[in-house]
Design a protein around this ligand. Structure first.
Ligand code: FE2
Length: 293
């Protein structure tokens, strides 16, 4: 029996009673997508997935996206990546903590992610949380004049362009001209209506947002930074501390997120190892594809 329990937090709900290796029915996916769009983040507890079953679950949410950082893709599942501190490449602080800044997955691409999921396999005894900012609630909390002033603005995005807060890390750097060429600057609305619910949300005012159409760059930078500061206030943010077997799905069209900076394990037994599998998708969930027609 599926249970969906809102967390005592600004957003997010916990889902129990689901085995994603056995049931990916339309009824289940409708229940999960309803919960996702109501709460922005859902945490499906107690899963035991291999890569093919996780991939099948990911495909229910949209079209999996092979990441522009192609050297970090899983070789046998190119739309999946490992996240954590256990890979050889994680010895580089800038790679290991390259998501420890507020961002929205693939906002630097013409067709950005609509959902991302993180499946938790190894959990550190301390740290390792993912922080989620509810961008629909943050939009609703703006005063009427501010909303009217920004509703029709269009924002330029470019990978690596970021005005960082003091507590943010730089995004993982692109490697080579091919990766740079794969993500030219693009434009997205500052305020989006959700394609399923129609609810408005601020979109992607973190990493990558660097310009506003028709506005001088200094003013645009100040506006985007002030909106980021608004969205990441504790009243809009849920920090998820993982348990092994969590599948955390988040609506990337109405959230921003950031990783908690994490160090390297000093030994396999020191309790600080962290490993998640990541899938991002674009487009609509299979059960909502009729909306695109
Ligand atoms: Fe991310």
């Amino acid at each position: 029996m599926i249970t969906i329990t809102p967390l005592e937090a600004p957003c997010a709900a916990e889902v129990r009673g689901v085995d994603l290796t056995r049931d990916l029915s339309d009824d289940l996916m409708r229940a999960l997508s309803r919960a996702l769009y109501e709460h922005r983040v859902i945490v499906i507890k107690g899963q035991q997935l291999d890569k093919p079953s996780y991939q099948r679950f990911g495909e229910q949410w949209g079209e999996p996206i092979p990441h522009v950082l192609d050297h970090m893709r899983m070789q046998d599942h190119p739309a999946m990546m490992t996240i954590g501190n256990t890979e050889e490449r994680d010895k580089d602080d800038r790679v290991r903590n390259g998501a420890a800044l507020w961002h929205t997955d693939q906002s630097y691409e013409l067709v950005p992610a609509s959902a991302t999921m993180l499946y938790s396999i190894v959990v550190p005894q301390a740290g390792g949380q993912t922080h989620f900012a509810d961008m629909a609630a943050a939009y609703d909390a703006l005063d009427e004049d501010t909303r009217a002033g920004i509703d029709d603005l269009v924002v330029g995005h470019l990978y690596g362009q970021t005005r960082l807060r003091d507590d943010e890390f730089n995004v993982t750097a692109l490697v080579g001209q091919q990766q740079v060429d794969a993500v030219p600057a693009c434009w997205h609305p500052l305020v989006r209506r959700h394609p399923v619910t129609g609810r408005k949300a601020l979109y992607a005012v973190g990493h990558g947002a660097f310009r506003v159409r028709g506005m001088d760059d200094r003013r645009a930078s100040d506006l985007l930074f002030s909106l980021k500061e608004h969205c990441v206030q504790p009243r809009f943010v849920y920090a998820h501390r993982y348990e092994v077997g969590d599948v955390c799905v988040f609506d990337t069209l109405s959230t921003m997120h950031r990783a908690t900076p994490i160090g390297l394990p000093t030994s396999p037994e020191d309790g600080s190892a962290r490993l998640l599998w990541r899938i991002s998708v674009r487009g609509l969930p299979v059960v909502h594809r009729h909306l695109a027609a």
